[in-house]
Design a protein around this ligand. Structure first.
Ligand SMILES: [Ca+2]
Ligand SMILES: [Ca+2]
Length: 316
């Protein structure tokens, strides 16, 4: 009986030892895998990286000294050496750039006159960070924000290069009679090619940015339907480098003469009243009415929408 109990205890001890060895081995493998991934993890991702050929490289600081311990740090505190991130790429001459780190402003600075920029962020604690960057041109127009997620490693320099800031864009006028010109303009990296994409009728127009980064295009609206259209641009430089799309702006093409209309005042007498209402009724539910002004919102039909605009502008 005693023997059996001893054997049982011996077995239990052996099992416990075996289990302990197994646990040590298991966590050893997990630790090794985690370390391996941490060292090799070096990637960029995020919505905006689809369109930019951004690359990230990581190197060790080398002989950089350890930072001094923070004031008052008690003994036994593990000092983690901060990491460093360098962002560089193309913007516009003297563009005002803002870098966001996890949604908060981390740095602001100006691009060079050449349009190139480079910014070093130091003292970053290790871990996965999402960086965003956008530019403001000399006329205070903003680019879209590019973002990328990178793994910042302690004592390492992560370089994110190949950032190509999207062009800025503006257009005027936003209401244009068919056949008239819409001026589309903005800034991009100097001497890059600028492709302007017009929709809903998918069309690409090409122009070039000058030495000072400015670009413009006079779009003749003769080929567009009388409707709302959108314009956005992207810059191309060198061999295949291209920026993401700019912001998207819209403009309305209306029929020739329609812009002389005075809203719901269909007879131009300065009031919106029963006379205008009777004109509206005359053209009620007509598509492209001969009196263009009766289609108050220029959507191609005289409908309840025009009536509601008239009620809103009603002066009596
Ligand atoms: Ca009137
Ligand atoms: Ca209408």
């Amino acid at each position: 009986m005693e023997k059996t109990r001893n054997r049982h205890e011996t077995d239990t001890k052996q099992n416990t030892k075996r289990n302990a060895r197994f646990v040590v081995l298991f966590f050893g493998i997990i630790f090794a895998l985690t370390f391996f991934l941490a060292v090799n993890l070096n990637y960029c991702q995020g919505d905006s990286t689809v369109d930019i050929s951004t690359t990230a490289t990581v190197r060790e600081f080398g002989e950089e000294p350890e930072p001094p311990p923070s004031g008052g740090g008690s003994g036994g505190t593990i000092i983690v050496s901060p990491g460093k991130v360098i962002l560089k790429g193309r913007a516009y001459p003297n563009a005002f750039l803002t870098i966001l780190k996890n949604g908060k402003v981390a740095a602001t600075f100006f691009a060079e006159k050449s349009g190139l920029f480079e910014k070093e962020l130091t003292g970053l604690s290790g871990g996965v960070c999402t960086f965003g960057i956008f530019a403001e041109d000399s006329d205070a127009r903003k680019s879209v924000t590019l973002s990328f997620t990178v793994s910042v490693l302690a004592k390492m320099t992560t370089t994110i290069s190949g950032i190509f800031i999207s062009p800025t864009i503006a257009l005027t006028p936003t209401h244009v009679e068919k056949g008239n010109i819409v001026d589309i303009l903005g800034q991009a990296f100097p001497e890059s090619q600028v492709n302007i994409f017009i929709s809903s009728k998918e069309t690409v127009k090409t122009t070039g940015a000058s030495e000072n980064g400015k670009w413009s295009y006079k779009l003749n609206t003769g080929f567009l339907e009388e409707a709302e259209h959108k314009a956005r641009a992207k810059a191309l430089f060198g061999e295949g480098e291209q920026s993401p799309f700019s912001q998207t702006l819209s403009f309305l093409v209306v029929s020739p003469g329609a812009l002389v209309c005075q809203g719901a005042d269909l007879n131009f007498d300065g009031s919106v009243n029963i006379i205008d209402f009777s004109i509206l009724l005359y053209f009620w539910e007509q598509a492209r009415p001969s009196n263009k002004c009766a289609d108050i919102n220029f959507d191609g039909n005289v409908s309840i929408i025009d009536f509601s605009i008239m009620m809103y502008q009603w002066t009596g």
